[in-house]
Design a protein around this ligand. Structure first.
Ligand code: ADP
Length: 492
């Protein structure tokens, strides 16, 4: 296979900046491609936190410009080379747009920054400018989510007939249809593209507004999303496509679902340095000790005969918190204990704080972002709760499988693709699947799991089947590479 030149453009990537699963994907996929001999450049904005955490970063000589409407903004490019994989990461620096405490939201108001449209118009333009100034054109420009989507759109609007990018092909990956980059109509004038593209019902317009993701769905050579089931769901109904189902359906021939993988160097109980006791399916004594450690650390009584349910999540409607809220007292009436870790919507902070007050010996909630605690919960809990309304892929249920923390999931998106409902007749299955988005069914499923937890032999069988699942990145990385090759071959 020929080595490809790939530009991977993303608003987040581990270890630099993370608010969600997109960062995990962007942290590993480009590294795998680089390590297997491809020439890969990862592009990110230079956020304030990256400047603090990677204080050695120095700007290159090269000056970038990014036009937003009639104004041209200057930017600097910062370079970081990872010797282990060979990956080159480039940060687009512009203090006005990116030197802020949070990635997308003003921490003071809790609302999105009012100039998010301009920030990512600038970012997309600056990345294209950087590519042109660095040296040879990329074979593939892989844009992730609405923040990078315009790279694919500009390529087919501003750069058509442009020799430099003449052979470059674009791939758009959608990590969540709930975030589309939708802005007021006046954003049109700041995109800096020919007005022919800005007509009503044109590629950028969506019900009188400007929609970044919609444009890229139409302009990208290939579109992927992060699980096969989600790829189907988002074309089928407004509930999942969130208004773009029609546009997605039109691109059905070029839309594929590729399941995210798990970085088992980071998330495996066999070698996780963040948990006190490591364990394998052959010897689960470490898991029991992690449970004691977790109960102790969070301050719950040591009722090891009862299952401990963990949940790590953004506290958002997507994640099933509204149906949990409806039955939380019933769930806490069962012989079980719970640990929550999450931040997000105020109403769910209140819900969990109240539940904790009411049932202090049964539930503890940590309303913060804490990676170390996340690892300990995965290792120490018996059951993981993830009853999402929709779930493009979801990572925590895959981590939970590997940690033998039996997941309860809703049958949607990546959850449907990764967890097999336990069948008492055949003894097969890796978790529990809630069919409908319904609090009654959720409660019944939690009851079923609690009952099975008492049948120790059956429970261990489920744990072992779960731990033996393999969702490593190699398989998914190969599928992306095949996709890249197909789009290059098709269009030349
Ligand atoms: P999403 O991207 O929709 O938030 P995923 O399950 O795909 O959901 O990925 C969430 C990632 O963020 C996981 O790696 C999870 O462990 C992590 N995470 C979410 N909330 C927290 C938290 N409060 N503390 C620590 N890690 C968290």
């Amino acid at each position: 296979m020929n080595a490809l030149t790939i530009a991977f453009v993303t608003p987040e990537a581990v270890p630099f900046a993370k608010t969600g699963g997109l960062a995990d994907v962007s942290g590993i996929l480009p590294r795998l491609f680089a390590a297997s001999g491809h020439s890969v450049r990862l592009f990110l904005p230079l956020y304030h936190k990256i400047r603090l955490d990677f204080a050695d970063l120095q700007p290159l000589e090269l000056q970038l410009t990014g036009r937003v409407g009639s104004r041209s903004y200057e930017g600097r490019l910062y370079h970081y080379h990872d010797a282990l994989s060979g990956l080159d990461t480039y940060f687009v620096g512009n203090a006005l747009f990116f030197d802020r405490d949070e990635l997308y939201r003003d921490p003071q108001t809790g609302l999105d920054y009012t100039d998010n449209s301009d920030r990512f118009i600038f970012f997309s333009r600056a990345v294209l400018d950087a590519l042109r100034k660095l040296d040879r054109p990329p074979d593939i420009i892989h844009a992730n989510d609405w923040q990078a989507a315009l790279v694919a759109s500009f390529l087919r609007t501003n750069h058509t007939g442009d020799d430099f990018f003449g052979k470059s092909r674009s791939v758009l990956t959608i990590h969540n249809m709930a975030y589309q980059g939708q802005f007021s109509a006046d954003t049109a004038s700041r995109l800096g593209i020919d007005s022919a593209f800005l007509q009503p019902a044109g590629p950028f317009e969506y019900w009188g507004k400007i929609n970044f993701l919609k444009s890229a769905i139409q302009f990208a050579d290939k579109i992927t999303t992060v699980s096969p089931t989600y790829a189907r769901e988002i074309q089928q109904s407004n509930e999942f496509g969130m208004g773009l189902e029609g546009v997605l359906k039109e691109r059905a021939a070029d839309l594929v679902g590729i399941l995210n993988g798990v970085d088992y160097n980071v998330w495996s109980p066999k070698n996780d340095p963040k948990i006190p006791y490591r364990y394998t399916p052959a010897n689960l004594s470490g898991k029991k000790r992690n449970k004691l450690e977790l109960l102790h650390r969070v301050g719950l009584p040591l009722r090891t005969e009862q299952p401990l349910i963990g949940m790590i999540t953004r506290l958002d409607n997507q994640k099933g918190l509204d149906i949990i809220a409806e039955v939380i007292d019933d769930i806490l009436g069962l012989p079980l204990q719970m640990v929550f870790l999450g931040t997000g919507a105020e109403e769910y902070h209140r819900l969990l704080t109240q539940a904790e007050k009411k049932h202090p010996d049964k539930i503890k909630a940590f309303l913060t972002f804490d990676d170390n605690l996340a690892h300990l919960i995965e290792a120490g809990a018996d059951i993981f709760l993830m009853p999402s309304r929709f779930e493009p892929c979801g990572l925590n249920q895959m981590y939970s499988l590997k940690y033998g923390t039996v997941p309860i999931v809703r049958k949607t998106g990546g959850l449907a693709d990764t967890v097999i409902d336990f069948n008492d007749q055949t003894g097969q299955g890796t978790g529990f699947v809630v069919e409908k988005y319904d609090s009654g069914e959720l409660l019944a499923t939690v009851e079923r799991a609690v009952r099975l937890f008492r049948r120790r032999k059956v429970w261990y069988r489920i744990i072992k089947q779960a731990m033996n699942q393999d969702f490593s990145w190699d398989i998914s990385a190969r599928r992306y590479m095949e996709l890249y090759q197909s789009v290059i071959n098709r269009n030349t």
